[in-house]
Design a protein around this ligand. Structure first.
Ligand SMILES: *Cc1c(COP(=O)(O)O)cnc(C)c1O
Length: 380
C-alpha cells in the first residue's frame, strides 16, 4: 500500500561522535568497566541532584539488586503492576519473594494506588511502581503510602529518564530509582541500566552485588562476604550512554513535541469517532517514551490488536505492544494467578498498542502514523 520506507515503532539514533568514542574505547586497551563507567556515573549522579548512582549491564538487574539491598527475600511480598515488562515481576521471584499484583488505573494505565493499599498485608515489604510510557505516578501519594506502611519503594523508571513530577526530576528524589538503557529506551547504552541509591552504604553494597560480592583493599586484598553476580557495565556501553546522555534534554523536548503533534493530528473528536482511547495529554511530567492507544474491540470478533498490527504493517507503519498482563503468563499462572483477577489490566493489556515514537521521527512521520491509524480503524 505504502511507497514510503517502513516506519518502525522505535529505533535508536547514535551520532558519529558516539561511534567515534566507542572506537576510542576499543583502541584504548581497556574495554570493560573503567573510566567511561566512572564518568557516566558521575554525570548521572549530578543529573539526579548528587544522589549516588551505579551503572549495570541491564535495567532488570538494578531492581533485583535494590531488592537485595533492602533485604527482601523469601516470605516477603512485593506489590507491582500487571502491565509492565515481565522483568518487573521476575526480579521479585529472583530474590525468592512473592509477587502481588494490584490493578491499574484505566486512564494513566499505571498501578492504582488505592488497589495497592488494599493489597498490603503484614508481609508486604516493598512496592515496585512502573511509570508506563514515561508517565510517573503521583509521587507525594506514592511516598505517603510507603511511609504509612513502612514500605521500601523500587521505582521501575526504566521508561522515565527525563520525566518529572511537579517540576522535580524522577530519580532526584525518592527511594531506589531504576532506569534502563536498553536499545529502545529514550537513551541507550545498547544494553544497560542504572540505580539511584540513598547513601554511600547502599552504593557500596550495590557495587558488591554487581561483581561477585568482591571488596578489594590495598595491592592484593580481596574478600567476598555476600553472594554477588556479574552485572557490571562495560566502558564500550558507557561510551554509548555518555554520547546519548549529552542529548537528553533535546530528546525529551523533541518527544514532547511529537506527542503534541499526535494529539493535534488525532483531533479532539478522535476518541468519540473511533472508539479508541488516547493517553493522558501530559506535557509537564512525561518524557513520552511511548505513545499508546487502547483500541476498541472489533465487532466482527477478530482479535483487535493482532488485526490492527497486521493492517498497520500493510500501511508501512510498525506497532509495538507494551504489555500483555504479566499475571496471565504461564510462569505466573503457575503461581495461582488467573483471568478475572485484574480486569482493567486484562482489558488494557489485550488492546494497548504503541505507535511510532523515537528520536529521529519527524512531524511528517506522525502524520503518516495517524493517517494509517484512522484508515485502519475506519475499515474495522
Ligand atoms: C526496559 C524495561 C525494563 C528492563 O530493562 P532492561 O534494561 O531491558 O533489563 C524493566 N521495566 C520496564 C518498564 C522496561 O520498560
Amino acid at each position: 500500500m505504502s511507497q514510503q520506507p517502513f516506519l518502525p515503532f522505535s529505533k535508536p539514533t547514535i551520532d558519529e561522535a558516539t561511534i567515534s568514542a566507542v572506537g576510542d574505547v576499543l583502541r584504548s586497551g581497556w574495554i570493560t568497566s573503567g573510566p567511561k563507567v566512572q564518568a557516566f556515573e558521575a554525570q548521572l549522579s549530578e543529573y539526579f541532584g548528587g544522589r549516588p548512582v551505579r551503572t549495570f549491564n541491564s535495567g532488570t538487574c538494578t531492581m533485583e539488586i535494590a531488592l537485595r539491598i533492602a533485604g527482601i527475600g523469601p516470605g516477603d511480598e512485593v506489590i507491582t503492576t500487571p502491565i509492565s515488562w515481565v522483568a518487573t515481576a521476575n526480579v521479585i521471584l529472583e530474590v525468592g519473594a512473592t509477587p502481588v499484583f494490584a490493578d491499574i488505573d484505566p486512564v494513566t494505565r499505571n498501578i492504582d494506588l488505592a488497589q495497592v493499599e488494599a493489597a498490603i498485608t503484614p508481609r508486604t515489604k516493598a512496592i515496585i511502581p512502573v511509570y508506563l510510557a514515561g508517565l510517573p505516578l503521583d509521587m507525594p501519594m506514592l511516598y505517603a503510602l510507603a511511609n504509612k506502611y513502612n514500605l521500601r519503594i523500587v521505582e521501575d523508571a526504566a521508561q522515565a529518564l527525563g520525566s518529572s513530577w511537579d517540576g522535580e526530576r524522577i530519580g532526584a528524589t525518592g527511594d531506589f530509582v531504576s532506569f534502563s538503557f536498553q536499545a529502545n529506551k529514550n537513551i541507550t547504552s545498547s544494553e544497560g541500566g542504572c540505580l539511584v541509591l540513598n547513601n554511600a552504604e547502599e552504593a557500596r553494597l550495590a557495587e558488591k552485588y554487581r561483581l561477585q560480592g568482591v571488596t578489594r583493599s590495598g595491592f592484593d586484598g580481596l574478600d567476598v562476604d555476600v553472594l554477588g553476580g556479574k552485572f557490571n557495565m562495560t566502558d564500550i556501553a558507557a561510551a554509548i550512554g555518555l554520547g546519548q546522555f549529552a542529548h537528553i534534554e533535546k530528546i525529551t523536548a523533541h518527544r514532547q513535541n511529537l506527542a503534541r503533534h499526535y494529539f493535534k493530528c488525532f483531533g479532539s473528536d478522535f476518541e468519540k469517532q473511533y472508539g479508541a482511547q488516547l493517553p493522558p495529554a501530559d506535557f509537564e511530567n512525561s518524557n513520552w517514551h511511548l505513545f499508546q492507544l487502547v483500541l476498541p474491540e472489533r465487532k466482527d470478533g477478530l482479535p483487535a490488536r493482532a488485526t490492527f498490527m497486521e493492517q498497520m504493517q500493510a500501511h508501512g507503519v510498525g506497532i509495538g505492544y507494551h504489555y500483555p498482563p504479566i499475571h496471565l503468563l504461564s510462569l505466573y499462572r503457575a503461581q495461582g494467578f488467573k483471568e478475572g483477577m485484574f480486569p482493567v489490566a486484562e482489558r488494557v493489556g489485550r488492546l494497548i498498542v504503541s505507535l511510532p515514537m523515537f528520536t529521529a521521527m519527524t512531524e511528517a512521520d506522525v502524520e503518516r502514523s495517524v493517517a494509517a491509524v484512522k484508515a485502519v480503524l475506519k475499515a474495522g
